[in-house]
Design a protein around this ligand. Structure first.
Ligand code: GLY
Length: 292
């Protein structure tokens, strides 16, 4: 793939998608990937594209992130998000944040600061100081009660060869307040390195964290293309009887997708094919992937 090419993939969570929600998942992912693709088409950065795509997913109540976040055992919404620049290895991540419409924007604002991760009230104060916490209205969780919800993410490669990864989640419904999953932890829910590629994951956060699942895919991508590397998620998830899904793009622009959940809402676009492709299972994308 020459360096004038770009690629972007988004996911809307590894989970079971009810038939009556399939259209919303496909169209939501397609809208998000198109928003990112528009930036890449114009020569914009992978970082901007990934952030924009995840913002669109956070604004869509179909997905468990931002506006669609589920509630914890205290009835509160606490969200995690992270973004990584594969050129500089800069990371911005926030965890257990409330009252922030787009946690991925708070994470992105952290990219230029020394800390890579802020949590709770410190993260909320940082977001407020960055102008990201409007006085109101608060986020309204319209997704509460849907136990199948899980996480959104994006990986993008721009024309300059830079990779970015972004992940955002409302966490687990009914979980302990203060619980943080894999999404804001590098090497677990996300990672990006121009020399290798990028990943964004979804699924059982504790299992992904225990197995450093994102790091395993990155390590595999050092020696094999993305579509082969992503298959390393299956054995550790089987060992822990857990569910996960991963999207990946390697440094050559090849896409990898794998999940052991019933469904995995997806969309991708590339300079190599004009139309956005969306799906709710990896098998639907097989043919298109081979054309990237
Ligand atoms: N995968 C998202 C979470 O477990 O919080």
């Amino acid at each position: 793939m020459d360096r004038l090419q770009w690629v972007i993939v988004v996911h809307g969570g590894a989970k079971t998608i009810a038939p009556d929600k399939a259209v919303a998942h496909r169209s939501g992912c397609a809208r998000a990937v198109e928003a990112g693709a528009e930036i890449l088409r114009r020569g914009g950065s992978a970082l901007d594209a990934a952030r924009r795509a995840v913002c669109v997913l956070e604004d869509d109540p179909t997905f468990n992130a931002g506006r669609g976040s589920v509630r914890n055992a205290a009835g509160e919404i606490e969200m995690d998000a992270a973004i990584m620049d594969g050129e500089t290895l800069a990371i911005g991540a926030v965890a257990a944040v409330r009252h922030v419409a787009n946690p991925i924007e708070a994470a992105a604002a952290l990219l230029d600061t020394p800390p890579i991760l802020l949590v709770g009230k410190g993260a909320e104060r940082f977001a407020r100081d960055a102008g990201l916490c409007p006085a109101g209205p608060e986020i309204v969780s319209v997704a509460a009660g849907d136990p199948g919800h899980d996480t959104v993410g994006c990986v993008a490669l721009d024309r300059a060869g830079h990779v970015a990864a972004a992940t955002s989640t409302g966490g687990l419904e009914g979980t302990l307040p203060g619980r943080v999953g894999d999404s804001p932890l590098p090497g677990c829910g996300f990672y990006a390195d121009d020399a290798i590629g990028g990943v964004s994951l979804s699924g059982d956060g504790e299992a992904i964290g225990r197995t450093l699942l994102g790091a395993r895919v990155m390590r595999a991508m050092e020696r094999e293309p993305a579509d082969e590397a992503v298959t390393v998620i299956f054995a550790p998830m089987e060992r822990l009887a857990a569910e996960a899904g991963v999207i990946a793009i390697d440094a050559t622009g090849q896409i990898g997708i794998a999940h052991n959940s019933d469904h995995f809402a997806l969309a991708c676009a590339s300079s190599a094919f004009p139309e956005v492709v969306s799906a709710i299972h990896q098998n639907e994308l097989r043919e298109e992937k081979s054309n990237v």
